[in-house]
Design a protein around this ligand. Structure first.
Ligand code: GAP
Length: 459
């Protein structure tokens, strides 16, 4: 299974999905750049998320707030005090680790850790006692670098949805329940990283803060756990690779009354993909106290004011992207395309949902040494470009080109052949079934749009 991770990492680099940040300088740990295909895929994931939870709902609106916020935000939220991980240092080589990730972490949290473990770097057995390390990146607002200008890069998008609670509720004239959604950059100075893009220091979170009447929070919590899980299933995840994990009471975050994670079966083991927390009235009460502003909601039906409770479904976009790649990755031994003679080679098929595939259509002239075919194929490419993300490819045998497109999840391959020059039709090949049909060039935009919406499910 570890092998699968190296295959995914290699595919990501080879085909332009994900590169190590600043690679020419040797790279930086836990920072990754999204290349031409990776950034398209990432955008598709975000758009699907927004479509589902904002566009398709009446009660959730999108906001886009700043990464840097008033420093008091982080005092009120509890991040300065609590957003920490226990850190231990190897006395031999001074490598640092998260104490709660060590094999023997029984004493962590009781302030008297005695880690009986080996340093993965040097094999050393002596560690410093754990100390709490704050994961927020510090920075300064303005030119003077002192305590008064100190602030932090946000470690979650949630807080700006709490600080904007009144402004959104009043400007949208919302009644409870309603929610705010946000997808944006977050930063965490993680102590241990690794497993490719699973745990990084800079990433996008997509989360919703859903404000409800106290007493109705448990019902809405269950609702959002189901909705979150359904979202993943509709993105094409295999059911057997997802499961729920309920956090034990003693391990809950400082703000949470209940948390359930949706876990994915990564090649390195079951791990958190996303979560849903019942944040109670903790955040709004804290911001009300620290800002001096009244963040009560006036309930016209009950004729009284109260601080709403908040249910928070959250997910990391890059972590979701990684899980999607793993879930979609297939190897077909001996080849699946009829055009290549059965070889011993392994063909890779990336079976991403068609909504998510970075390239929807590849346009291919059958051969590249026939100028009329190349001209026709380029015309088709120009015709389709305004409608779909397309790629033009004329290099190598047609079989090899199909395989290159299968490897990056391209949904349709369109081939211009000699018949095209006679009757203005071409073949449309569908990635998953490899079935082909002939379609008139002028009908292509509408035809492919219908295929994308699943109007012809049998094709
Ligand atoms: N507002 C709640 C919150 O931030 P979280 O569980 O700390 O909750 C939300 O983070 C999601 O962000 C996680 O479920 C995970 O998918 C993703 N995530 C968290 N830390 C990450 C990291 N270091 N690298 C990549 N993704 C991360």
């Amino acid at each position: 299974m570890k092998d699968l991770m190296s295959k995914i990492i290699s595919l990501c680099k080879r085909r332009g999905f994900i590169f190590q940040s600043s690679e020419i300088y040797g790279g930086v740990e836990a920072l990754w750049d999204y290349g031409p295909l990776g950034s398209l895929l990432k955008n598709n994931i975000k758009n699907e998320w927004i479509k589902r939870f904002v566009q398709n709902r009446n009660d959730v609106v999108l906001i886009d707030a700043t990464v840097l916020m008033h420093p008091t935000t982080w005092k009120a939220s509890g991040h300065i005090e609590n957003f920490t991980d226990p850190l231990v240092e190897c006395k031999e080589c001074h490598s640092r680790f998260r104490a709660d990730h060590m094999a023997d972490s029984r004493f962590v949290g009781q302030g008297k850790a005695k880690i009986k473990d080996q340093c993965p770097q040097c094999g050393g057995k002596e560690f410093t006692p754990p100390r709490q390390f704050n994961l927020m990146f510090k920075t300064f607002l303005g030119p003077v670098e002192d305590e008064t200008s100190l602030t932090y890069l946000r470690p979650e998008t949630a807080q700006s949805m709490f600080t904007n609670f009144k402004l959104v509720q009043e400007s949208m004239r919302f009644k409870l329940p309603f929610g705010m959604a946000q997808v944006g950059r977050c930063f965490r100075n993680e102590i241990t990283t690794g497993n490719f893009t699973f745990r990084t220091r800079e990433f996008d979170i997509a989360e919703i803060e859903y404000f409800v009447k106290p007493g109705e929070d448990e019902k809405w919590f269950d609702f959002w756990v189901d909705e979150w899980e359904k979202f993943f299933l509709d993105l094409g995840f295999r059911k057997e690779n997802l499961r729920r994990y309920e956090h034990p009471k003693q391990a809950l975050s400082h703000y949470s009354k209940r948390t359930i994670d949706i876990e994915y079966k990564f090649p390195f083991g079951w791990s958190e993909l996303a979560g849903v927390a019942n944040r109670t009235d903790f955040d709004l009460s804290q911001h009300s106290k620290f800002s001096g502003q009244d963040l009560n909601y006036y309930d016209e039906d009950l004729k009284k004011s109260y601080i709403p409770y908040v249910i928070e479904p959250t997910l990391g976009i890059e972590r979701l992207l990684l899980a999607l790649l793993i879930d979609a990755y297939q190897e077909v031994k001996g080849g699946r395309t009829k055009t290549t003679k059965a070889t011993k080679e392994i063909e890779i098929l990336l079976k991403l949902d068609k909504k998510l595939a970075p390239i929807k259509v590849a346009v291919l002239p059958l051969v590249r040494n026939k100028p009329e075919l190349v001209k026709k194929a380029k015309e088709v490419y120009q015709l389709l470009k305004p409608h779909f993300v397309c790629q033009y490819d004329e290099l190598g045998s047609i079989g090899r080109r199909y395989r290159r497109q299968d490897e990056i999840a391209t949904v349709f391959c369109l081939t211009c052949d000699f018949q095209t020059l006679e009757d203005d039709t071409l073949t449309v090949r569908y990635r998953d079934t490899m079935k082909q049909e002939r379609v008139k060039i002028k009908d292509l935009p509408t035809h492919i749009k219908k295929l994308m919406c699943g109007v012809y499910p049998k094709f």
